[in-house]
Design a protein around this ligand. Structure first.
Ligand SMILES: C=C1C=NC(C(F)(F)F)=NC1=N
Ligand SMILES: [Mg+2]
Length: 220
């Protein structure tokens, strides 16, 4: 899939969800998030009670179709084989996953996102061909079970001060009230799980998040 939009534009409001996030039906929540204006979606089926095998693939197929119908690129977390089966638009990998350089070879020119927590991880990811870096957790988060030191906004600033130009998206505890801080610190966008998947009204939550990010981007 060729992109009319640049990666940093796609990162503006990056929704991440799996069957274990939020109480709603994942397909309905994704549809609401798309109507609310998300710019990128990641299927992250992980943790307690996550779907496996055929069930996971079937949910992935349904969510990908919803994204395709709306022209929102579809990213798969960790599971490269599933990403290739679904012909996803890209993958996101962490430091504990396969080496990003190996993943880059497997996926060709699909989007490659890498989670990074230090400058050397960032430089390695860029050398390995990452299209964007996921930085976090920015704020205390309820979605990630392993409590990693909260890196905060200073890490985004440090990356930019060390002249890292690669698109950066913040993750971890981001909501409407603090989303602009991420952009102000030098992030290209924000990624959220609970702020949308756990909201009473996912569409309204998305609209508010989008407004918060766009307002700050215009001020930069
Ligand atoms: C652990 C993760 C960290 N960052 C990101 C993203 F926001 F996409 F960069 N996704 C993940 N699954
Ligand atoms: Mg991972």
């Amino acid at each position: 899939m060729d992109y009319k939009q640049k990666i940093e534009d796609l990162l503006t409001l990056y929704f991440i969800m799996g069957s274990q996030n939020g109480q709603g039906n994942p397909e309905y929540v994704l549809q609401q998030a798309i109507e609310g204006g998300i710019t990128l979606f990641q299927f992250r089926e992980k943790g307690e009670g996550a779907l496996q095998g055929d069930e996971k693939r079937r949910l992935g197929e349904r969510l990908k179709q919803i994204c395709k119908d709306a022209g929102v690129p579809f990213i798969v977390n960790d599971d490269i084989e599933l990403a290739m089966q679904l012909d996803a638009d890209g993958v996101h990998v962490g430091q504990e996953d396969e080496k990003a350089a190996v993943t880059r070879k497997q996926i060709g020119n699909k989007i490659l996102g890498v989670s990074t927590h230090t400058l050397e991880e960032a430089h390695q990811a860029i050398a390995d061909g990452a299209d964007y870096l996921g930085l976090g957790p920015i704020f205390p988060t309820e979605s990630k079970d392993d409590i990693r030191k909260v890196h905060g906004l200073d890490l985004i600033q440090a990356f930019r001060r060390h002249d890292i130009q690669t698109p950066i998206v913040g993750i971890g505890g981001i909501m409407s009230a603090n989303a602009s801080d991420v952009i102000q610190a030098g992030g290209d966008g924000v990624s959220v799980i609970s702020a949308i998947a756990g909201a009473e009204d996912a569409k309204q939550a998305t609209v508010q998040l989008k407004q918060a990010v766009r307002k700050e981007q215009l001020e930069d």
